[in-house]
Design a protein around this ligand. Sequence first.
Ligand code: ADP
Length: 166
Amino acid sequence: MKRAIYPGSFDPWTNGHLDILRRALSVFDEVIIVVAGTNRKNPLFSPEERVSIISDVVKAEGLERVQVDYWSGLIMDYAKKHEAQFILRGLRAASDFEYEFMMASMNKEILSEIETVFMMTSKNLFFVSSSMVKELYRYGGKIDSYVPKVVVQYLKSKIESKSKED
Ligand code: ADP
């Protein structure tokens, strides 16, 4: 049973994430998407909202062998607890490399039996990121080609409720 954990901020989930997930399902028996508690970024969506968004996408796409979860601790502790042998990450540009290399090396120090596996982005999605999608949406740009349909709905209501608050 090859079980991989796909950790990330997923704020929000994009077609880039979906592409990696689909391809990973042809390699692994099971993928657990783990919305990670991150201090690096100031997220738009709460962890619970991000889990709901991803669960809706997984359902809408009819994907099996996928679980969605939230974890605020060390990802290697999660991997151990859930008996996963692999950490899955995507690579877009050379600029991703340094951070990913550092994380993978650190994780290897923590738990050497778990392998980090990288998948290269697809050529039509290399520029897609959560922050690019949020930026584009805020300024009225079209995001339909970069995120699943349900994400457009979630973004719409989030930005509307935020603008009411301001
Ligand atoms: P994090 O804050 O952990 O980097 P992200 O949600 O930005 O979280 O990304 C999660 C993972 O998905 C990362 O490994 C990232 O490189 C990968 N990823 C994001 N967008 C794409 C894309 N367009 N193509 C391939 N991989 C991607």
